[in-house]
Design a protein around this ligand. Structure first.
Ligand SMILES: Cc1ncc(COP(=O)(O)O)c(C=O)c1O
Length: 445
């Protein structure tokens, strides 16, 4: 759903937000519970702002996706897109469930290793891999490098040849399909920086097969993120299936297709992408080609499984507006400022949640007019000290944080509804850590 369409319908209130999120519940005494754990206890212990993730929710979502792929009879591997949330505990959780990883940098590759995901389950994507990154990936025995251009193919071939290796590569094709998502997260239209133009892909694949350092294993496609309709997927995969058939008709081996990620979640009231529908779209287009398939979901697995807790610093009346200023800001959660993204916001206290709502601007303290989490949002009075949870912040949340305005990175905690326990998984950054590594040379001579 486009942002303009979304704005035309009334916003979901507290009851609707809670009803759509079974991992959350409101207890009259303990307040907002995440997988049964009181969030107030975590805010008390670690302070705010603080990120909280739900292990049982992540595991449940992984298994729902896995089950849908299996039920559709697909031979498919799930490669979690590390960029969505690269915390080691999150990577280790998915790795333990059997997932591989999709990485886009040396840092992500090293994180996946550190979390115990072996290189043979890791795919390397991204438009600008350096020679050093390619060398590292090959030395580690990476499962697949997704090639984004003829220039990158030549780089990988040169590195692999020098290392006396053959690099397993898939060509990432740009299918020229509009995913119908926010322009800043659409990646599959002609003219986007991603992928090899559709019309060039067949010739490049044939060329790849002649290169000494290259073992072309298949094709890859990723058309964008936060995609809730299946038609763009069907269109893109249909084009990839056509390409597979035509390459095979030329005698070329195409064993794998990496179907990318992009499955959308219901931030507001959009219908989230359903695993069964996604698996059905893959089956209908690529299912009868005897391919080893891969998918690279990020947001869908972790987005709903995270919240950002914040406290109200003060309420500024600037009639007719009521600015509720939080201690969390755009440096913590960038999505609203970057994409105009909508996130549900609910009080932690049951008393606050039950109080009559009126319109408020929910702002952060950073010195940017764009540091606004919500505009004209129906919320209860929320006095200074009240606490709120910003919902669906598990994906593209903490990973996109910065220390702008010299604000230390917020701590992170993991609750586990399967055990009823919670743990700190990252401590709050100290102010001294903000400038560790900076030097004061005085007069530079
Ligand atoms: C190549 C690739 N794969 C997977 C993903 C994950 O996307 P999402 O988190 O929307 O599933 C991305 C992110 O845009 C990507 O660029």
């Amino acid at each position: 759903m486009s942002i303009s369409t979304a704005l035309a319908v009334p916003e979901p209130g507290f009851a609707a937000l809670m009803a759509a999120r079974p991992h959350l519940a409101m207890d009259a005494m303990a307040g907002l519970l995440f997988e049964g754990v009181p969030l107030a206890a975590i805010a008390d212990a670690l302070g705010t702002p603080v990120w909280v993730y739900g292990a049982a929710t992540m595991r449940g979502r992984y298994h729902a996706l896995r089950a849908a792929l299996d039920a559709a009879g697909l031979d498919a591997g799930v490669h979690y897109a590390v960029k969505a949330n690269d915390h080691l505990a999150v990577l280790a959780l998915f790795g333990a469930e059997g997932a591989g990883a999709d990485v886009v940098s040396e840092g992500e590759l090293r994180r996946a290793h550190a979390a115990g995901i072996p290189a043979r389950r890791i795919v390397f994507s991204g438009v600008g891999k350096t020679l050093g990154e390619i060398r590292l990936a090959l030395a580690e025995g990476i499962a697949q490098i997704n090639i984004e251009s003829a220039e990158e193919l030549a780089m990988v071939s040169a590195v692999a040849t020098a290392m006396d290796r053959r690099a397993p590569v898939a060509l990432r094709v740009n299918p020229d399909v509009d995913a119908g998502t926010h322009p800043k997260i659409a990646t599959g239209r002609a003219g986007d920086k991603f992928g090899i133009p559709y019309g060039d892909a067949a010739a490049l694949y044939a060329h790849a097969a002649t290169l000494p350092g290259i073992a072309p294993v298949g094709l890859a496609v990723h058309i964008g993120s936060q995609i809730t309709a299946m038609a763009p997927y069907r269109a893109a995969y249909g084009r990839i299936a056509e390409l597979v058939r035509s390459l095979r008709a030329q005698g070329l081996v195409v064993a794998r297709v990496d179907c990318g990620g992009g499955l959308g979640i219901g931030y507001r009231d959009e219908p989230a992408a359903a695993p069964a529908a996604f698996a059905g779209a893959i089956r209908a287009t690529l299912g009868d080609l005897g391919l080893r398939l891969m998918i690279e979901p990020g947001r869908w697995l972790v987005g709903p499984a995270g919240v950002l807790l914040a406290s109200v610093v003060l309420v500024k009346q600037a009639r007719p507006r009521r600015f509720v200023v939080l201690d969390a800001a755009m440096n913590d959660l960038l999505r609203p400022a970057l994409y105009g993204a909508w996130h549900g916001i609910v009080p932690l206290s049951a008393v606050d949640a039950a109080a009559p709502a009126s319109p408020a601007e929910i702002a952060g303290p950073v010195c940017e007019s764009g540091d606004i989490f919500a505009t004209d949002r129906a919320l209860p009075p929320l006095e200074a000290g009240a606490r709120v949870a910003i919902l669906d912040a598990g994906a593209y949340g903490a990973v996109m944080s910065s220390t702008y305005n010299a604000r230390p990175l917020a701590p992170q905690a993991l609750v586990d509804g399967d055990t009823g326990a919670w743990r700190t998984i990252r401590v709050r950054q100290s102010h001294a850590e903000l400038w560790a590594g900076e030097l004061m040379p005085g007069r530079v001579a």
